[in-house]
Design a protein around this ligand. Structure first.
Ligand code: SF4
Length: 258
């Protein structure tokens, strides 16, 4: 039984490894997921099929945890609704993957500011990033977005992250400094894009690469199996840093007012 479990875990990890390694190969050939369909047909078919397989497996994991862990049901249903709507349903229906930016707002990503992103998606993403996330965080704390809504770190930590047992503790030093530095870099990038709209393409090219290596390859292939499901959230995510900063600010203000 233990052996079968280990084989299943390995196969699951292998699926993520193969998927994101194929994405890396596409990046080496300068083919982003958004633009690559046309030029490298087979490579892209392989990547998108693997990604779709991941979504199917995650759907099965969600069902398993919903049935076996009643206490996690509400969180899982909410996260699955956000994840499968924004990552799959909306982009497929609208035939445009830039709609994933709705729940990947700044500072998590600059995707909303891509020239190809529809204006409606940009507007909704900006409203979510600059109004909805701060409001629900101020009202209900970090658990609002990072616990029940985020389709990335929260969803995968409650699914993929739950099947592994972390072997190492994340570095406290990195946890303290890296998210802050990343947040500052994303702030500078946003200001640069707003002041010089022509800079969006080169800035986005760099940001896509950084995002791939941190939020995808490192998170799924290395960090989740070794450091745990929340490793990206605590070690890197700039949006998680902004959320925690807001929570700390509210607490400090509360103390000063009492
Ligand atoms: S820290 Fe970042 S990735 Fe993690 S749940 Fe929050 S927003 Fe999502």
């Amino acid at each position: 039984m233990q052996k079968a479990k280990q084989i299943l875990l390995f196969l699951l990890w292998l699926l993520f490894f193969v998927t994101f390694t194929s994405e890396f190969i596409k990046i080496v050939f300068e083919l982003s997921p958004a633009t690559g369909h046309k030029s490298l047909g087979m490579a892209n078919a392989f990547f998108w099929s693997s990604l779709f397989m991941i979504e199917l497996v995650m759907g099965a994991v969600v069902l398993y945890y919903i049935i076996t862990y009643p206490s996690r049901r509400i969180r899982l249903i909410s996260l699955s609704a956000c994840h499968f709507t924004v990552i799959l349903l909306l982009p497929v229906i609208l035939d445009d993957w830039s709609w994933t930016c709705l729940l990947y707002p700044w500072p998590h990503s600059l995707q909303a500011f891509d020239p190809d992103t529809p204006q409606a998606a940009l507007l909704i993403s900006v409203i979510i990033g600059f109004a909805v996330v701060p409001f629900i965080t101020w009202r209900w704390g970090a658990k609002a977005f990072c616990g029940y809504l985020c389709p990335h770190g929260a969803f995968f930590s409650e699914t993929y992250g739950r099947v592994f047992t972390p072997r190492y503790r994340p570095s406290a030093l990195i946890k303290k400094h890296l998210p802050r530095v990343y947040f500052i870099v994303m702030t500078v990038a946003l200001v640069a894009i707003l002041l010089m709209p022509d800079s969006v393409v080169p800035i986005r090219s760099v940001q896509k690469l950084v995002y791939f290596f941190t939020a995808e390859f490192f998170f799924f292939v290395v960090a989740v199996p070794l450091l745990g499901g929340r490793s990206y959230c605590t070690l890197i995510c700039p949006l998680g840093y902004a959320v925690r900063l807001l929570v700390r600010t509210k607490r400090t203000l509360g103390k000063q007012l009492n």
